[in-house]
Design a protein around this ligand. Structure first.
Ligand code: NAD
Ligand code: WQD
Length: 335
């Protein structure tokens, strides 16, 4: 199929590009490189020996986006483009709504104009807010605790309404849990700007000596060891989940929503231990106060994706840490 991948130069997008190319699809990436480097795509081309058509374009640029759709006949769009830093979103809510929500509306309008009505959207477990229980199933109540999460919820609603207005649309909302790890080659991986917000890239930077120690946000949660528990999922498993979702779309599946996680919860301290084992480096840490907005525990019920997409995450926590370490240790300063 001929696929447009927005945000394809980013962390998850670049891994998805690789899997889509290897599966024989033709791909075009639209990315404004606001949080990524073109180098990621060059490396994907080198690993796969296949080519990517690239446009350095903002999805807010209607005229350019329209031109891209006029020049290409896409079968489906995988929509990763978006801003994703929770803390930053509380300081710059308008930028987040403009970029994520208006960007998606723009994209969908142009898709509609060109009669491209298949879209897979990167949603997030953040749409479950603070869940009443775990594991979290797709039918759980939705809420948002910050502008980033609200932008994801709004986009989900917009895409639902779009489908209700015209059932020729096929929409798959994929709610990712905590993506970590990197491609086995060690050539592509997560490349955060500045101080990482997320646990895994922070631990990796402590391991290479770029940061002195990890600050663990609270050890008084009602969890196995008091630290926060999350469902970490290998980014390659996540990328494969998109391939399966695309297959689903081919059967005119309508509106579908799936959690993409492993179904297992690991604490911050368990992650530190697993990373030490993978890297043979000591990860110094200190416990500090809880981070505002954090929840105690979050992991997925993945039975729906297992059943309907025939998808299951295969890579365990040791592989996630080993692959993250390979990427980080071979690319001390990222791309
Ligand atoms: P990322 O920042 O690495 O990738 C996003 C890409 O989108 C970047 O390359 C960026 O340059 C591009 N982009 C942003 N705004 C754009 C715009 N207006 N026009 C064109 N390109 C634009 O992030 P990621 O971790 O790969 O996340 C991909 C998607 O998955 C995002 O929508 C994110 O919200 C969602 N998600 C991520 C996580 C996570 O923890 N990484 C979890 C759940 C959901
Ligand atoms: C994981 C655990 C922290 C950093 C975020 C977004 C979510 C989704 C994924 C996009 C928590 C602890 C972390 C550190 C720590 N993104 N931690 N010290 O918060 O589960 O989810 O990324 O959709 O929307 O909110 O991920 O990696 O930041 O934190 O102790 O320096 O690690 O408290 O328990 P989170 P995270």
């Amino acid at each position: 199929m001929n696929i447009l991948i927005t945000g394809g130069a980013g962390y998850i997008g670049s891994h998805a590009c690789l899997e889509f190319l290897n599966a024989g699809h033709q791909i075009t990436v639209v990315d404004n490189l606001s949080n990524s480097k073109f180098e990621s795509l060059k490396r994907v081309e080198r690993i796969t020996g296949k080519q990517i058509q690239f446009y350095e374009t903002d999805i807010l640029e209607r005229v350019k986006l329209n031109e891209i759709f006029s020049k290409n006949k896409f079968d489906a769009v995988i929509h990763f483009a978006g801003l994703k830093a929770v803390g930053e979103s509380t300081k710059k809510p308008l930028e987040y709504f403009q970029n994520n929500v208006c960007g998606t509306i723009n994209l969908c309008e142009i898709m509609k104009k060109h009669d491209v009505k298949n879209i897979i959207f990167s949603s997030s477990a953040t749409v479950y807010g603070d869940p009443e229980s775990v594991p979290i199933a797709e039918a759980f109540p939705l809420s948002a605790t910050n502008p980033y999460g609200r932008s994801k919820l709004m986009i989900e609603e917009i895409l639902r309404d779009l489908y209700r207005s015209d059932e020729k649309w096929n929409v798959v909302l994929l709610r990712y849990f905590n993506p970590v790890g990197a491609h086995k080659s060690g050539k592509i991986g997560e490349n955060p700007n500045g101080i990482p917000n997320n646990l895994m890239p922070y631990i990796s930077q402590v391991a290479i000596g770029k940061r002195k120690n990890l600050q663990i946000f609270g050890d008084d949660y009602p969890t196995k060891d008091g630290t926060g528990v999350r469902d970490y999922i290998h980014v390659v498993d996540l990328a494969v989940g998109h391939l399966k979702a695309l297959r689903k779309i081919k059967d005119n599946s309508g509106l579908k929503i799936y959690n993409l996680g492993t179904g297992n919860g690991y604490s911050v301290l368990e992650m530190v231990k697993a990373f030490e084992k993978a890297s043979h480096r000591k990860i110094d840490y200190k416990i500090i106060a809880r981070r505002s907005g954090d929840i105690a525990e979050c992991f997925a019920d993945v039975s729906l994706a297992n059943k309907e997409l025939n998808w299951k995450a295969k890579r365990n926590i040791d592989e996630m840490c080993a692959d993250a370490w390979r990427w980080q240790s071979k690319n001390l300063n990222g791309y």
